[in-house]
Design a protein. Structure first.
Length: 184
């Protein structure tokens, strides 16, 4: 297994974390604020082979990564200073398990106009788990039968689409994949 990237030095005081996939509907760390935000320079993409949480090495699933180009709406979570170390430890265990994500400080624009520096997990395009751009039909075929430690890959996609739609964030690509999964 590839050695994961180290977590960057924590900020003094509070921490902001950018969520664009499962962290939106299952953050798993204490926070005092959750607001819509946008990250520029990256987009949400089903571009990561999941070997642990939503698939296995023999039958990998597909999960989201922040890939270069465009912009990505999501959620910015504000973690108070007293909870920063615990949140960083949790996020390292969860997101850096195989080394496919690089934890980076990135500028975000929160929907109310604030600008903050947030921890974002960006896909490493040189990693073995980087799947690149998979055609919709291929994504559907991969996700349909994949299951990992955290359950069915289909549930991951369905939860993400549902949360995005609740937030009023359209994602035609993910919606198309989900619709393809629901066709019998």
């Amino acid at each position: 297994m590839v050695k994961p990237y180290p977590m960057p030095e924590p900020p003094v005081g509070e921490l902001w974390v950018f969520a664009y996939g499962s962290l939106m509907w299952n953050p798993g760390f204490p926070h005092v604020e959750a607001c819509r935000a946008r990250l520029y320079g990256y987009h949400r993409s089903l571009c990561v082979w999941s070997w642990v949480y939503r698939g296995t090495r023999r039958a990998p699933g597909l999960v989201l990564g922040l890939d270069r180009g465009g912009s990505c709406p999501g959620i910015a979570y504000r973690v108070p200073g007293a909870a920063v170390q615990a949140a960083l430890g949790y996020l390292a265990e969860r997101e850096l398990i195989t080394g496919v994500y690089r934890p980076l400080w990135k500028p975000l624009r929160i929907d109310d106009g604030r600008r903050v520096s947030a921890l974002a997990f960006v896909v490493d395009r040189g990693h073995l788990q980087y799947a690149g751009k998979i055609p919709e039909r291929g994504a559907v075929a991969t996700i349909r039968g994949a299951r990992g430690r955290n359950g069915a890959n289909l549930d991951y996609v369905a939860n993400t689409v549902a949360h995005l739609e609740l937030m009023g964030i359209p994602c035609r690509r993910l919606r198309g994949v989900l619709d393809g999964l629901r066709v019998t």
